[in-house]
Design a protein around this ligand. Structure first.
Ligand code: FAD
Length: 519
């Protein structure tokens, strides 16, 4: 991926009519763009900030069928997600992992209910099952989860689901789209939709946030894949359109792995207020969440509420012998899920089915909303199929079920650079040629100077935050440590791209401001 080249080409080919312009560079938009480009359509994706800046870098990091939806009886949704889980593990083996989960049970009824329920979960996964589920007694549960409070514990139910790195998956999708001939641009905000004499959408007006230049871009089809921001784009189409989305915030905290002391994750199916809570080992730390708090405002940078942090800490205290305290938190992050607002009564909300929804406006804006990270591929396939059915695109077959997101000649998952797929070979070569590049930038974080330079050259980061929050996960793994390495990352970027001292100072200042939301 090369942003400078893409922008130059956009200027040179100003008359070009794209087959598809996708607005939004989260899981949904990137999935749609990858599908479109891989079917041979001339595809352009525009993201107003960085890829996965919004919800798509703030998930629980699960590739899952959704045990919760099974309890709600939504079998079709679970089957569909389990199938997609299998495909995601097959096509992105460098970024997805098989993880063992244990549900601690405190009554015999729960033991029976969860064992039977999870057997059914396995069954629904069919040949894409990730491992059998089974009951383990109290002693075995405590040997696998040594920090779980033993009082009243009857045993545990073991099952398997997938885990992944959400923002690196987003970058992998962007790369895959680019490899198939698509153009993906971060920091390109769509500010208006263009229409022909018949009122049909035929392009977008977009602003290159990095340079302030405006672009008029023509397309046969414009797809709105902007998640919780979808109403804003709908209003560009029809200023009278009513609000359909109300955001609900989900918060996670990150702690040192010593608070879990296990390679298994814990799933608490019902907290005191009826939510599901996970404690999941992730890289070398543990992620605990999430909450579900309806909000009135939508933001690219949502901030956790005190009440949400306290809720997670109190719930953890109920289950762990070594309860975490406020000062133990390495990072707290918040993401927004779209709830369906009642257009006639904006104060009321109901949970949108976790299934996605595809709609077509009178002027031809195709909108895809909802779903989950796990089902991005299927959502994309259905969106492009719908566009074909509506006559926007010539028929072409979807190939993403078998489209690998990386080549992986060795699969040594214990090698930390495994997450780069075969690109790790280039990173290792850089370290062999200059051993200084192999030293981690900070002992609390795993990332080396070689990785940061490789990312600068290949993954289109524009600022320090892009590298620390989404190309590496420094911000999410240890927010304070990430702030301490911001000056060095700014230095490396400035040398690589030829930026001056002023740029570096502004970057460090703006990153320090951002980090306050995560500590
Ligand atoms: C707390 C939480 C935990 C979750 N955990 C999981 C999980 O473990 N597993 C799972 O499968 N799913 C999970 N999900 C669901 C999953 O994260 C979302 O379904 C998915 O990330 C949504 O992606 P999206 O692309 O639709 O939205 P977003 O990621 O929000 O992307 C929309 C993008 O559109 C861009 N945009 C908006 N307006 C414009 C414009 N005018 N011009 C250009 N770009 C624009 C935004 O900047 C943004 O980047 C979770 C969700 C939440 C909230």
């Amino acid at each position: 991926m090369n942003r400078r080249r893409y922008v130059e080409e956009l200027k040179k080919q100003s008359e070009i009519v794209w087959d598809i312009i996708v607005i939004g560079g989260g899981a949904t938009g990137l999935g749609v763009a990858q599908d479109g480009a891989s079917r041979g359509y001339k595809t352009l994706l525009l993201e107003q900030s960085d890829f996965a800046k919004a919800t798509s870098s703030r998930s629980t990091k699960l590739v899952h069928g959704g045990v919760r939806y099974l309890a709600q009886g939504d079998l079709l949704l679970v089957m569909e997600a389990l199938h997609e889980r299998g495909l995601m593990l097959k096509n992105a083996p460098h970024l997805t992992f098989n993880l063992e989960f244990i549900i601690p049970v405190y009554t015999l009824w729960d033991a029976v209910m969860y064992t039977v329920g999870l057997k059914f979960y396995d069954l629904l996964a069919g040949r894409l099952s990730m491992g059998k589920s089974y009951f383990i007694n109290r002693n075995k549960t405590l040997s696998r989860l040594p920090l779980l409070k033993p009082k009243g514990l009857k045993g545990g139910v073991v099952y398997h689901d997938g885990q992944f790195d959400d923002s690196r998956m987003a970058i992998a999708l962007a790369q895959s789209c680019a490899e198939k001939g698509g153009t993906v641009l971060n920091y390109f905000k769509v500010t208006d939709l263009l229409k022909d004499a018949n009122g049909k959408i035929n392009g977008v007006r977009a602003l290159n946030i990095a340079s302030g230049e405006e672009f008029i871009l023509k397309a046969n089809l414009v797809i709105n894949a902007t998640g919780v921001f979808a109403d804003e784009v709908a209003r560009m189409d029809n200023p009278e359109s009513k609000a359909t989305i109300r955001p609900s915030q989900g918060v996670h905290i990150v702690l040192d792995k010593s608070f879990l002391k296990s390679d298994s994750a814990i799933m608490i199916p019902k907290t005191t207020d009826g939510r599901v809570l996970f404690a999941i080992p992730w890289y070398n730390e543990v992620v605990i969440g999430t909450t579900d708090t309806p909000l009135d405002t939508i933001s690219l940078e949502p901030v956790a509420l005190e009440s949400e942090i306290n809720f997670i800490l109190q719930t953890a205290e109920g289950y762990f012998v070594k309860p975490p305290h406020r000062e133990d938190i390495l990072c707290v992050f918040a993401g927004l899920r779209p709830l369906a607002a009642d257009p006639d009564n904006p104060a009321s909300t109901k949970e949108v089915s976790r299934r996605h929804k595809i709609t077509l406006s009178r002027s031809g804006l195709l909108t895809i909303i909802g779903g989950k990270w796990t089902t991005y591929r299927r959502m994309a396939e259905e969106t492009i199929d719908r566009a074909i059915k509506e006559g926007f695109l010539k028929r072409a077959i979807c190939i993403t079920s078998d489209l690998k997101l990386t080549t992986l000649t060795t699969s040594n998952t214990s090698d930390r650079l495994h997450i780069y797929g075969d690109n790790s070979i280039e990173i290792k070569k850089m370290i062999t040629e200059n051993s200084g590049l192999g030293i981690p930038v900070d002992p609390r974080l795993p990332y080396t100077r070689a990785e940061i330079l490789w990312i600068c050259r290949n993954e289109m980061p524009l600022n320090v935050e892009d590298i620390l929050a989404r190309r590496t996960r420094s911000l999410f793994l240890n927010a304070r440590a990430s702030a301490e390495i911001a000056p060095e990352v700014a230095d490396l970027m400035a040398t690589e791209f030829g930026y001056d001292q002023k740029w570096k100072s502004e970057q460090i200042e703006s990153y320090n401001r951002l980090v306050k939301n995560y500590i």
